[in-house]
Design a protein around this ligand. Structure first.
Ligand code: PEP
Length: 260
């Protein structure tokens, strides 16, 4: 069984007080709507400065929410001003960390090799990397939708042990924040290609248990069409995760896949 994952990437939004208010509202809305955390896992990815407050709240209130960070350093510790080690994230009870988001690739020059180093650093600290891959509009025109994300995932997962737990998010760059989501058919086609490449490189069992998310302008109105596709196991949600009612509505679409 792959448990669906609905992940909210807040990006550089909400200070620690606003974060507390959002998480409280989100948890209550999920509880009120009868959310079953065993059927759908919900995770939030606040900015670094909010992690401690959010973690304390989740622990104190026993909210059924997983915590993730938006990035990590490939290094352990030392003279890396502004960077954050996976060890520090683990100490804050983070379960996940996003690596290779297209905004970091575009604005911070993150290459596939850096993304790979970050994914390995995450696993070293027992954090599940949420590896983001996706084609730009230009890539789409030149190579179609699957070639670039498949090449990215192959490099990002180099050297990852075959018993590792990773999540891969297919996020077409042109769909992020544009209000123009990929079609569910395209999401399915690319996720199937990603799973086939992962199976080739890491074995069928690894590919079968790896959750593949779709990301790019996901909303409560279109989530069901993605979740009904066999290779889409959840969503990475940006803008809509800042609205607790909308994000909770997105999480109300359970799907179970048997891999037996
Ligand atoms: C993202 O940035 O990961 C994302 C999917 O953003 P949005 O949902 O706003 O398109």
């Amino acid at each position: 069984m792959r448990t669906p994952l609905i992940a909210g990437n807040w990006k550089m939004n909400l200070d620690h007080l606003q974060a507390i208010a959002l998480v409280q509202k989100l948890a209550w809305t999920l509880q009120d709507s009868g959310h079953d955390p065993k059927a759908v896992e919900v995770a939030v990815f606040p900015p670094f400065t909010d992690l401690r407050s959010v973690q304390t709240l989740i622990a104190a209130e026993r909210f059924e929410l997983a915590l993730g960070a938006q990035d990590l350093s490939p290094y352990e510790s030392g003279a890396y001003t502004g960077d954050v080690s996976g060890a520090f994230l683990k100490a804050l009870a983070a379960a996940y960390v996003i690596v290779g988001h297209s905004e970091r690739r575009a604005m911070h020059g993150e290459t596939d090799e850096i993304v790979n180093a970050k994914a390995l650093a995450a696993l070293k600290h027992d954090l599940v990397p949420v590896v983001c891959v996706g084609e730009t509009a230009e890539d789409l025109e030149r190579h179609g939708s699957s070639a670039v994300p498949v090449a990215q995932v192959r490099t990002a997962l180099l050297g990852v042990p075959d018993d590792a737990d990773v999540v891969v998010a297919y996020e077409p760059v042109w769909a992020i924040g544009s209000g123009r989501a990929a079609t569910p058919d395209t999401a399915q086609e690319v996720c199937a290609a990603l799973r086939a490449a992962i199976a080739e490189d890491h074995g069928q069992a690894f590919a079968d248990r790896t959750r593949l998310l779709y990301g790019g302008s996901v909303k409560s109105g279109n989530i069901a069409s993605f979740m009904h596709r066999p290779d889409v196991d959840g969503a990475l949600v940006g803008g809509a995760s800042l609205d607790p009612g909308e994000f909770a509505a997105i999480a109300r679409f359970p799907k179970h896949v048997s891999i037996d």
